[in-house]
Design a protein around this ligand. Sequence first.
Ligand code: UD2
Length: 327
Amino acid sequence: MHASKCLVTGCAGFVGGHLCEKLLAMGHTVAGVDNFFSGHRRNMASFADHPGFRFYETCVTRTDELAKILAGDVPVRVCFHLAAVVSVAWSMDHPDRTMEVNHRASQRLHALCREQNLSTFVFAGSAAEYGETGQAAIKEEAAGPGTVQLSPYGRAKYLTTSLVEQSGYGASLRCFNIYGPRQDPASPYSGVISRFCMQALAGEPVTIFGDGGQTRDFIHVADVVRAYLLAAGLDDSADPPGTPLHGAFNVGRGESTSILELASIIAELAGSRSEPRFFPPRPGDIRHSLADAGKLAAATGFKPVTAMRPGLADTVAWMRVGAAGQS
Ligand code: UD2
């Protein structure tokens, strides 16, 4: 495969770190950008010293800095734009900052990538762009100009995805609930799987918001990384190979798991007798969220390969050793 220089914004984040690791292992070179707002140096530990990796500590709102990085000695060919305000809850209290980072800065970077003739711009969209659809399995068309997103996070992601779609340049991956090793369990905004794993391993009660009957479409980070490569036209297994995608694509497994089921599987895998403890539902919590991921499958043949149990076992195993050594 032809080696490309890639820009990965959010390279110290949970997904960004995994993506950089994979790109470098494939022989690409990576310029990584992060400001450690929610990312961690530990997420770059496995590749920070790789000769093909160069790190730039800056914020994605600094478009002038990004322009310099893009036009370096070896020009960047592909941009993966993952840096963002990542917490739905934080966005509720900081709508202006969320709009600046998740939409306006993304808009500027998209324009820059286009001007500089990068082969593509792949944006981290989100299932939060859909709001409450009432649909069993959500298709991409469910988000439109009349959609009412439940958070500034969802709104800003939607606006950026829309501009990517309308421009005819680049792709947006609307990922559903991503989980796996290195997801930070320690923040109140952390994903449910990382929190449950940490609680179960510590022998503490698992915290369930609401009755636990709410469902999510969980997808392992390794599958999400493959989806990013396909979207950029960098995956050899794609059919046809090497064609960047255009437009918005759901990334999920198309399978529902309830929060109660999740608590029970994680307790079993962790060998824990932790009991669930019930708390009031979170404001704005969606009841059911399930992807119809047929569009990405039809375009690329993509099929997630990590089933729920092995994926959770992998996450519990990492948390047992990895989380203990976090700095
Ligand atoms: C996820 C993403 C968010 C956005 C959204 C799109 C994460 C962390 N967040 O939000 O960025 O893309 O999907 O719709 O991936 N819960 C508990 N106990 C806990 C923690 C959570 O019961 O200790 C419940 C929570 O009330 C919710 C479900 O678990 O019903 C999933 O919560 P989450 O925070 O992992 O993710 P979500 O779907 O709110």
